[in-house]
Design a binder for this molecule. Structure first.
Ligand SMILES: [Fe+2]
Length: 335
């Protein structure tokens, strides 16, 4: 028996049992006797003025330590009480050194057993951080075959999301690790960046952004292009800036989202098209600098970001490990 038939007959039975004496004709045409959709849940009633919603958390996998559990709990609470469609991980998914395989116990201790809320069982779109490169980065791609919610088809990939009235959001999930020349000589990163052909990824990104008609084009990579954290002038920041900034500028991209710095930041360099957001405090936090001219917000605070998008506006909230909104701003598609 199909579920809706079962409900129908159960409803009929219950009415018959409890309403004996009431003329059945009085009920005719008023009682709902079937459900059109099989997918009835309380989440579908959570709606607001925006079409697409997602969380972004970064730099998190510490077996629950250093506030990872508290941030995860607040993510679950937020996604239960507000509309949410998916979760982005901005990389450094497993400290200290990535995972060795898709069966590594860290999948359980740092991911599955931490982000347990039902509201977090929807799709996750992760990217790779530098710590993920200390073991097997492709194990995180392969985990997509084991977990329903972990959606990482390749080391870099793109996804398009629909908004109302034909508008779209294009997201490019990139791998910044092979874009850093120093990594090729590094004892830990070297073996895993070798053969990655960064120029091929950059050409793919440029072509993807240039040929898309999406209303919103968002690029997500682990390393920031600008930062008010300890790595303002670090070799990795400068390396990704050198190759990514021209592509973002040429294609007038409004938003680059990263992790890597263990803080939450909103930076906007004058005369550049893109806003730089950093969501990298899913567990540990590191210091931030005050007073940089291009910083709109920087906080050394555990937490995650929440995004709500419609055709003409994107809202960003920074939410800390106690559930407090510590920053709230909006961005337009033509930044
Ligand atoms: Fe990192």
């Amino acid at each position: 028996m199909k579920r809706r038939d079962f409900m129908k007959s159960t409803l009929g039975g219950a009415l018959g049992a409890s309403l004996s004496g009431v003329p059945l004709a009085a009920l005719a045409g008023t009682a709902t006797t079937h459900i059109e959709s099989e997918d009835i849940n309380s989440r579908s009633s959570l709606k607001d003025d925006y079409d697409l919603h997602f969380l972004a958390v970064g730099d998190w996998g510490r077996n629950g330590a250093d506030h990872q559990v508290q941030v995860a709990q607040q993510m679950g609470r937020w996604a239960s009480e507000n509309p949410n469609d998916f979760i982005i991980s901005t990389g450094d998914n497993f400290y200290p050194s990535g995972v060795v395989s898709e069966h590594d116990p860290l999948w359980h201790y740092s991911f599955e057993n931490i982000y347990t809320d039902f509201s977090l069982q929807w799709d996750w779109y992760p990217i790779l951080g530098n710590h993920d490169y200390k073991s097997d980065p492709d194990a995180q791609v392969r985990y997509s075959n084991i977990s329903r919610r972990w959606k990482m088809p390749a080391r870099y990939y793109s996804k398009t999301f629909k908004l109302r009235e034909g508008a779209e959001v294009l997201m490019a999930f990139i791998d910044t690790n092979p874009l850093i020349p120093e990594f090729y000589q590094n004892k830990e990163y070297g073996p895993h960046v070798t053969g990655q052909q960064p120029e091929k990824q950059l050409a793919w990104l440029d072509n993807l952004l240039a040929t898309s008609n999406a209303t919103w084009k968002i690029v997500v990579g682990h390393h920031p292009i600008y930062t008010a954290g300890p790595r303002t002038e670090n070799y990795d920041t400068l390396a990704v800036r050198k190759v990514l900034e021209p592509i973002l500028e040429k294609n007038k991209i409004p938003l680059y989202l990263s992790g890597h710095e263990h803080s939450m930041q909103h930076l906007k360099v004058a005369n550049k098209s893109f806003h730089q957001l950093i969501s990298g405090s899913g567990s540990e936090i590191t210091p931030v600098k005050q007073g940089l001219p291009y910083s709109k917000f920087e906080a050394s605070t555990y937490g995650f970001m929440y995004f709500a998008v419609k055709a003409d506006l994107l809202r960003v909230l920074c939410i800390d490990h106690e559930g407090k909104i510590v920053y709230n701003t909006t961005i337009t598609p033509q930044a």
